[in-house]
Design a protein around this ligand. Sequence first.
Ligand code: G6Q
Length: 564
Amino acid sequence: MQLRVKCTMEVINKTAPWAQLLKLADDAKTMSLRHEFESDQSRFDKFHVLFKDFLFDYSKNLINENIIEELYSLASEAGLKDKIEQMFTGIKINNTEHRAVLHTALRNFGTEPVLVDNFNVMPEIKRILEKIKIFTDKFHSAEISGFNGKKFTDIVNIGIGGSDLGPAMVCEALKHYAIPDLKVHFVSNVDGAHISETLKRLNYETTLFIIASKTFTTQETMTNAQTAKNWFLSHSNTSQDDISKHFVALSTNKDAVQRFGINLENMFEFWDWVGGRYSLWSAIGLSISLFIGYNNFEELLKGAYDADIHFRNEQFNHNIPVIMALIGIWYRNFLDIPTYAIIPYSQYLSKLPEFLQQLDMESNGKCTDKNSLSVEYQTGPVIWGSAGTNSQHSFFQLIHQSTQKIASDFIAFVHNLGNENFSDFIDHHEKLLSNFFAQTEALMRGKTESEITAELRNQGKSDDEINEIKYHKIFAGNKPSNSILIKNLNPRNLGTLIAFYEHKVLVQGIIWNVNPFDQWGVELGKQLAGIILPELKSDNKVNSHDCSTNNLINFYKTNKNTND
Ligand code: G6Q
């Protein structure tokens, strides 16, 4: 077994800022946000950042100037500035896989080269981007069409994890910008229900399948891709040659793409320094480009580039992703808040929480640091959430009145998308926004016993009636949140928003000294499934697992051929 070498230099919880923050946390546990706002009218001025179309308001957090200054010191102590630079300049910061991490190069509209092993990756990136542009334009003009010349009406992206969640989230978020009469579908689950329910609604003559897989070996994707190929061949009655008209591949693995039967001309390449959950900016974004047009796809990339410049150059105290990350660290490591909710007040962003769940939890859900030491502090939080106002009618009860403390990000847009001229929708939008503003205020202020008593008295309730109900109506308040208010939901601003979260995750990974760019924790289950699959297909009872797993498998085997 490899020896674990202690490297105290990089053990963040032994630093002076960490010790100081622990002391500050004792005071913060009794801090009242309501009181902080009442006693300091400049609190918003101190704790917000304006950036392009974004207002980032972090004043409703359990922080004060001392705390935030100490958090900046913690970031400096971790060498944050240099480590950010290492990512942008192609240093192999993914140390367990010996890879650079360069999703930022994919949206780099600057002129400087980006070197990996002394090789400038920018020309290849631009070549693939140009290929995406040409393909997209020909697709829309029907120069690229189905095997019998019919225009494509449907795109099916077959991929999973990072090859699914990003493009699926973006296509949902930007569907207002979609090319008319074009539908996009995302098939990820190996559960046959996913692909079969999708195929049922498709016409083989007018469907383009995009097989999105970095490795082109992922079980779920390859199973679904094979099923799609068989379906296409059996319906179209055409030759293998026509497959190239209906199947394209997004991958790093040329050999596997060819073996599958996809012509290399229809392969859009990317590279090992693009992590799956950071890949929507690469060829993995082809479905986005087809669905909303290349120019909009490029706008998305440019929005991310805006965020990259901001993140790379801005001082910590004006740097939105750095501040988001440090507040997250404050809650996770000093105030014992283990979960973080993402609540977009936008139906278009309904898939954002799920996307951010992967981005954050797969990146920083680690217990071993970059020096192979067990970490002695908490790392990645549980990320969850869903769109408002729906979530107000489900889990908000627990955020407001449970015994848990939960931190959250609230996201909304000033302008209503595309319905400006129809007053009914403006009314919808103002109702939506009134809830967005009200919830963070309610979470912060709460409602005291005396306020409730006065309210009930005004309603004419007797003392007995008041005493019976008042404790159930108390809101402790003091529930922290960030508000991210953005002028418009457009490709550029969405790109910026996503990149802010990517950088937030990086900053936290740097401070926790974990590698946010590997995901070994997904391996064990895959290996065991590989052992179990042949057991399911054989006639013999299994007895090689624990008694729970044996009995579950054997129950399946006993019953699989009967349906009574
Ligand atoms: C993301 C992960 C993971 C990956 C999928 C799909 O960061 O690496 O979610 O994207 O397992 O992998 P392939 O693209 O190789 O099929």
